[in-house]
Design a protein around this ligand. Sequence first.
Ligand code: ADP
Ligand code: TYD
Length: 207
Amino acid sequence: MTAQGRFITFEGIDGSGKSTQARLLADHLRAEGHEVVLTREPGGSPGAEDIRKLVLEGERDRWSAETELLLFTAARRDHLERLIAPSVANGKVVICDRFADSTRMYQGLGRADLRGAVDQLHKLMIGREPDLTILIDMDSETGLERALSRGDGEERFESFGGDMQRRMRDGFLALASEFSDRFVVIDGGREIDDVAADVQRAVKGRL
Ligand code: ADP
Ligand code: TYD
């Protein structure tokens, strides 16, 4: 019998610990014998990684909110076509650091009120939701500090500042209520191992 593929995403504000927890979950599931694909957005396929550089580097007014929405959606379409959909179809567990919920937040709510356009474009070009979304929730000040301390040259979004981080945190919690069938909210303001244990528990019931 072939294993059933699964699509799991991590969401949350910058610096909340998504990448750390996605990696730990991938290690854990591999040790349990699952075939795991660990990936991220924007990016995850060669074309989408090229688009990543366009959207995350440079001046904050490099793109209008609308153009940015198109670029993120283009990157996601390529990632979905070339990596996510084929991997899930082959029975793998795909773990993705950010997906469409980030667009609902950052482009739909963050810079302009574009949620209607985000939803239309998603329906037309993506049309797929994760089986499970783990929201790593944490206070916005700590998140911003952690994100800026990385100094990785991808600060275009972080330069939008603390007020944006606060609105994003509230927005993600509202999104978790809107899509309560697939969201699990986990407190990210604790030791890494404690957060990871909760993530494992949330995933266990769904594999
Ligand atoms: P994100 O992917 O959400 O931006 P990261 O996983 O890259 O977050 O974490 C941001 C920074 O915070 C990294 O330097 C990471 O080592 C650190 N970090 C992650 N989780 C925790 C935690 N629970 N406690 C303290 N520091 C953490
Ligand atoms: P990411 O590399 O996950 O940053 P971090 O590790 O700091 O959380 O994502 C980079 C930025 O891209 C992040 O600030 C959120 C933004 N983003 C969007 O604005 N829209 C999207 O659709 C996605 C996937 C990310």
